[in-house]
Design a protein around this ligand. Structure first.
Ligand SMILES: [Zn+2]
Length: 409
């Protein structure tokens, strides 16, 4: 395969596509549309049909089928925005050729150093080329490495109509980093049967499992009184909220004390007065049953704390955020199986793994598009130390081409 992925990547990262969680608009920032329009234009020039950017900032395009037999329509998806946590303005990518394990000191801020000891995945990159930012911004490999890999694969497939495959839909989304990546996807227009997001880190990884996630709010009604005459009367909602948080488990059920398949209850916000207070939580686990058990635990925990405050009341509200996509993917085992085969065909050892978080794919899976996540060479995201592997980006593009063919067989 004659790769264009590096050239594309170096261009796409120079577009500032940072999303903004405080913006009420869709997309959250207009500048994301500039990259979206460029990608639509490039796909048109490559011969994709109906490549266009819609009013909400989604880029859709089709690589037409090259065979006539009925084959499921595949979708390949990446997000165009970058994280609000770190500047994405004026990104200056640097290609480090033939990396040998040395410290990479970034020139625009020499205090930013990318060290092998801090990023063990760099050990796979000895002898390969890697890309970093220059020290003052993130790189944007999350997820422009995926965008570039899909574009590279599209260019190859469109230039080689002798490769047998069904119709392929390309979807580039805005606002993934602020949790709105699939809010306005038109699933009917997309018209795909199975999908793959390219937004994974570890070489060879395909992630078919995410957290199941709920949000929770505890609203406390205390008893206020004049502080000078409060003896035996006052029950401060602030103190109840503080007790509630202080008495949470610390050696388990916390983000800072769990890993792997363990879940947690995590307070994310607290506000209040003597009269009333609110504590916000996120609850996470891989199994829906355990998620329910954590919610029940929080309810008991709340009742136990309230025993010390007999005249106060509180309510616990739970709202669903997203669910482990494995439930959906297990009903369509060929989606994962074909990904594992495609990774092997690209000469990489596949690693089936889970994400302690969500992806666009976890929501797409429950919207009717089973959608695991494949690695694409992005590492150390949302930071000035972000780096991208050219080798892995090329392999990701090859995996897309292999997948197109495997589904046609
Ligand atoms: Zn991402």
């Amino acid at each position: 395969m004659n790769h264009t992925v590096l050239e594309r990547f170096l261009r796409y990262v120079t577009y500032d596509t940072q999303s903004d969680p405080l913006s009420p608009t869709q997309p959250s920032t207009e500048k994301q549309k500039i990259l979206g329009a460029l990608l639509a234009q490039e796909l048109q020039e490559l011969g994709a049909t109906d490549a266009h950017l819609d009013e909400f900032g989604y880029m859709y395009a089709t690589i037409p089928a090259t065979v006539t037999k009925p084959i499921p329509v595949l979708c390949f998806c990446s997000h165009m925005d970058t994280a609000p946590d770190c500047s994405g303005f004026n990104v200056k990518p640097i290609v480090h050729r033939n990396y040998q394990g040395q410290d990479l000191v970034l020139p625009d801020d020499p205090s930013v150093v990318i060290r092998l000891a801090d990023f063990p995945d760099l050990a796979d990159e000895i002898g390969h080329d890697i890309v970093t930012a220059s020290g003052t911004t993130l790189l944007g490999a999350d997820n422009k490495s995926g965008v570039a890999a899909i574009m590279d694969a599209a260019a190859h497939l469109l230039a080689h109509p002798e490769i047998p495959h069904g119709a392929i839909r390309i979807l580039f989304t805005p606002d993934e980093e602020i949790g709105r990546g699939v809010n306005k996807v038109d699933m009917k227009k997309l018209g795909a049967d199975f999908g793959y997001t390219l937004d994974g880190e570890k070489r060879g990884s395909v992630e078919d499992e995410t957290f199941s996630a709920d949000g929770a709010v505890i609203k406390i009604q205390g008893v206020s009184a004049h502080p000078g005459m409060a003896e035996g009367k006052m029950e401060s909602a602030i103190k109840i909220a503080a007790e509630l948080v202080a008495r949470l488990p610390k050696t388990n059920l916390s983000p800072e004390s769990t890993e792997g398949k363990e879940g947690f209850i995590h307070p994310t916000g607290i506000q209040g007065s003597v009269e009333s207070a609110e504590v916000h939580f996120i609850i996470r686990d891989f199994s829906d049953e355990k998620l329910l058990a954590h919610a029940a635990f929080l309810q008991h925990h709340l009742e136990a704390v309230l025993q010390d405050f007999p005249n106060s009341t509180a309510t616990l509200e739970i709202h669903e955020q997203y669910r482990n996509m494995k439930k959906v993917l297990d009903q369509h085992p060929q989606v994962l199986a074909h990904a594992l085969t495609a990774i092997e065909q690209a000469g990489i050892t596949p690693i089936q793994s889970s994400i302690r978080g969500g992806t666009d794919g976890s929501r797409l899976s429950f919207m009717g598009l089973p959608c695991p996540n494949i690695f694409t060479g992005e590492h150390s995201f949302h930071a000035k130390t972000e780096w991208a592997s050219v080798y892995e980006m090329e392999k990701a593009a090859e995996i897309v081409v292999h997948l197109a063919q495997i589904w046609a067989e």
